[in-house]
Every structure is written in C-alpha cells, then in structure tokens.
Design a protein around this ligand. Structure first.
Ligand code: SAM
Length: 286
C-alpha cells in the first residue's frame, strides 16, 4: 500500500494501494461502526481504517471495499453475524495495561475493606485483553483474601480481546505488574511457554467473561453492581451515546455504587445521575 494522500476536504484517497479506498467507503465504514458500536471515527482515522479493513478483505479474498461493504450492509443470518463481529473487532482500539491509573485501585481497596463480609459485584465493561480485570481481582485478593465473596463481570464488544482476557496469558515483562504480584497470582511458563505468565486460580476465581455491547438497548446482567469500571471507552462515543450509557449504568448499579471513568472522561454533564467522589470517580445518586 502506498502512503495515503490527504485531499483538501480532509478525505483520503488511496488510488495507489492494493484496494481502491475512496471517501464514500470511509463514510460508509464510519456510519456502520457508529451505528453498531457507538464508535466515532474522525477524519484522521482513514489510514487506520484502510489498514485494518484491507487485512480483512485479504483474509476473505474480497476484490474491493465497495463489494465487501455492500454485502455487509445487506447480509442477514449466521454468516453475516460472524462477519459483523470481525468487522467490529477490526475497528476497536484495545490499549490497556495492568493497574492503569493506579489511584482507582487504591480507592477500590479502601471501599472493599468497608464491605468486608458482604457479597460484592464489580463490572469491568470495556475489559479489553484482561489486564484491567486481573488488576481488579488482585486488588480483591490483596484486600479481602482469596476466599472473598466477590464477582467481577468482565465484558467487551470485541470477542477477540475477550478470548485473550479469558486465557489470561501475558508476556512476563508486561507493563504495570509488580514482581510480587506476578509471583503470587501468575504461573511462569516453561519450555515453549518461556517468557509467558498465566493468571492463577486464586485470581481467576473472581472473574467471568461475557460479550456486552454498551450500545445495546438493554443489558441483562443480573444483580446490581457495587462498582463499575467503565474506563477509556466513553471517549469513543458522542455525548448522546455517553448519556444513554450513563443512564443504563445508573440503572444497573446498587445505591451508593461507584463508577470509575478514564483519565480524560468527564461525566459532569450527568450530575443528576452521579456525583463526583474523587479524581474521575463518581457515586451513583439515588
Ligand atoms: C482503550 S480500551 C480500554 C481498556 C480498559 N478499560 C482500560 O482503560 O485500560 C477500549 C475498549 O472498549 C471496547 N469497546 C468499544 N466500543 C464498545 C462498545 N460499544 N461496547 C463495549 N465495549 C466497547 C473496545 O473493544 C476496547 O477493548
């Protein structure tokens, strides 16, 4: 693929690439992913979209973006559902790390110790490849012990990252995990698994994985959550979608529950639902 040429209107044309990729293709993809996942792709994402979707076209033996998109827009049934999932998986951004924004885990530990002896439900709803859920599980184990009555529901729209999260296998030099946590909560790979670590049963026991699209009109997730980690996903949504997700989150939470947001996410517009409790932490009102 040759470098994409930026047109004056801010739209990219890739006449020299493997596949023709014109402004209409980008606009169609933008609409499809927005309607399905709530994700807003701005004009600067054209090269990223070309690179990720053209990989998919190659895998499927497609001739053009136009043909592929036409099929996706019209197709129904099992094959279409599977391809829609691939399409979504291609376009999510999954950056994460262990104990990212570690002040949240310190606050969670304080709050968990106040709930000692009471069953507790946590929802990590943009769990990506699992570093965040296992950081939550380690915090639970360190604060309340490995027999605590705590359940952590870990969800994401992207099935590929969810499988990785469920496998719980990471590089041994992964960022954010202390040597102490690694020794206590992970097994070291040997032989062909040298250089890898795998989450042990003492943290796995707290986590369960399920695909949830935050855009779905209704979530059926069982009992109310005491803590919700919804971090670094709302940045991809517009204000209307953010508000809808916050309203559903409010309904899914227990009275006085805490909502943890990402470092650049601000829910001050929804002060009728949540009040500030600390840096990017909100308490459910009502
Ligand atoms: C940047 S990662 C954030 C990971 C983690 N929460 C963190 O803060 O490190 C964003 C995640 O949101 C997920 N995501 C995007 N749109 C979503 C949606 N509509 N429903 C559920 N998850 C979504 C992506 O698949 C991705 O794994």
């Amino acid at each position: 693929m040759r470098p994409l040429a930026q047109k004056s209107g801010g739209v990219v044309s890739d006449q020299g690439g493997e596949f023709n990729f014109d402004p209409e293709d980008f606009e169609r993809i933008r609409k499809l992913i927005h309607d399905r996942a709530g994700i807003n792709l701005h004009a600067g994402k054209q090269a990223m979209v070309y690179s990720r979707i053209s990989r998919r076209l190659r895998e499927r033996g497609e001739q053009s973006f136009n043909k592929y998109l036409k099929w996706l827009e019209a197709a129904r049934g099992v094959e279409a559902d599977a391809e829609w999932q691939e399409f979504v998986n291609c376009l999510t951004t999954n950056l994460t790390s262990f104990f990212r924004e570690d002040h949240h885990f310190r606050l969670l530990a304080t709050e968990l110790s106040k709930r000692r002896g009471r069953p507790t439900r946590i929802w990590c709803n943009a769990a990506s490849t699992g570093e965040e859920p296992y950081s939550l599980a380690i915090t639970v184990a360190e604060t309340l012990g490995t027999n605590a009555d705590v359940n952590i529901l870990c969800s994401d729209i992207d099935t590929k990252v969810l499988s990785k999260a469920a496998a719980g296998i990471y590089a041994a030099d992964t960022r954010g995990l202390s040597t102490d946590h690694m020794h206590r909560y992970f097994l070291k790979g040997t032989g062909s698994n040298h250089g890898l670590i795998r989450a042990q049963a003492n943290v796995r026991k707290f986590v369960e994985f399920k695909q949830v699209n935050l855009m779905d009109a209704q979530w059926s997730l069982g009992n109310f959550f005491d803590f919700v980690f919804c971090r670094n996903v709302m940045i991809y949504f517009n204000q209307k979608t953010q508000r809808e997700v916050l309203e559903k989150t409010h309904r899914a939470m227990a009275a006085g529950g805490l909502l943890f947001a990402g470092h650049s996410e601000n829910f001050a517009e929804s002060r009728d639902l949540f009040r500030m409790r600390g840096k990017t932490v909100y308490e459910r009102i009502g």
